[in-house]
Design a binder for this molecule. Structure first.
Ligand code: FE2
Length: 317
């Protein structure tokens, strides 16, 4: 596999685990094409053409220094110039894979956030409500990421001749699907039971050792879970804090997320929605591991770095 094949595999896996289903993704891409066709020629020139094929603009290839067969990859949750230097020190790294977006992928982070509306719709929140409340939050995130030094890591990879890509929402989709399947197949009574189930997952078990295992941020261990929603695992970054009330009205009793701000926590408390924070880097690792398993099956060696805890499930399946 070459870099672009690995990127294509990431997108394919992201689609197959997406809450919208492949039909939903097709509609999303058709909508983008229709919008593109309505643009003036100068606007079409500026338009990011990758948006017509890739439903996850926060996940891309940033540099192909040498278009070769990939045998060994350095994989990290955050790749910065430090990790690029680590790759150089280690030697024989054919490709660096980041989880969190960098470069143009970071600039386009807000583009994937509409997925959250579809996730909430899956759990019963009317789409008009989630779209209305998310609109403001999406534009806020677009402004937040605008000031970053987007190309810093990309420039380092170019200077040191490394192939560089990232897989963000595809991996978060894989983690969300994994957790959804695990939770939906079990009859989970109390919040403490949910925490115990999460702690059986190797990535979270490992996180417990450093004090960042699954935790209850809102609610108590004795609370009944009610309907559990994987509402805050995928879709770019945190959604709107105004959604908790609507989630409660849609019958969601417990939301499982990766992280939560204080403002969001307060709103969840008011709405009486239990919040279980599975863990940020551990949840990211779970999704990345599911992607890396496919590379391992192709005989690619995986070198973890930057918080990524590697657990292979290749021999368990
Ligand atoms: Fe993350």
């Amino acid at each position: 596999m070459k870099t672009q094949d690995i990127q294509n595999l990431s997108i394919e896996m992201g689609i197959s685990s997406d809450f919208r289903g492949s039909e939903g993704i097709s509609k999303f891409l058709i909508h983008k094409k229709q919008k593109f066709q309505k643009l003036s020629l100068p606007e079409q020139d500026e338009f990011d053409k990758e948006a017509l094929e890739n439903p996850y603009l926060d996940s891309r290839v940033y540099n192909i220094a040498e278009d070769k067969e990939i045998k060994r990859v350095l994989v990290g949750i955050d790749i910065s110039p430090e990790e690029v230097l680590i790759a150089k020190e280690l030697g024989n790294i054919d490709l660096i894979i980041a989880h969190h977006p960098i470069g143009k992928g970071l600039a386009q982070l807000a583009d994937v956030m509409s997925l959250q509306c579809d996730v909430l719709s899956y759990y019963g929140v009317p789409i008009n409500i989630s779209e209305g409340l998310m609109r403001e939050r999406i534009s806020e995130v677009a402004r937040e990421v605008n000031s970053a030094n987007h190309q810093r890591t990309v420039d380092a990879a170019k200077l040191l001749n490394f192939n560089l890509m990232n897989s963000h929402t595809p991996c978060d989709n894989l983690a969300a699907k994994f957790l959804k399947d695990l939770i939906e197949n079990k009859n989970i009574d109390r919040v403490s039971d949910l925490i115990n189930i999460l702690k059986e997952i190797p990535e979270y078990k490992e996180a417990v050792k450093i004090g960042v295992g699954p935790k209850i941020f809102v609610g108590s261990p004795e609370n009944h879970c009610g309907k559990i929603a994987l509402a805050e695992i995928t879709g770019g970054t945190e959604g709107s804090h105004k959604l908790y009330e609507k989630m409660a009205q849609a019958g969601i009793g417990t939301a499982v997320g990766m992280h939560i701000s204080e403002e969001h926590k307060k709103e969840a408390e008011i709405a009486n929605v239990n919040i279980v924070i599975a863990g940020h880097i551990s949840s990211d690792s779970l999704g990345v591991n599911l992607f890396m398993d496919e590379l391992e099956k192709q005989g690619i060696e995986i070198v973890p770095c930057s918080g990524f805890t590697r657990f292979s499930r290749v021999n368990n399946c």
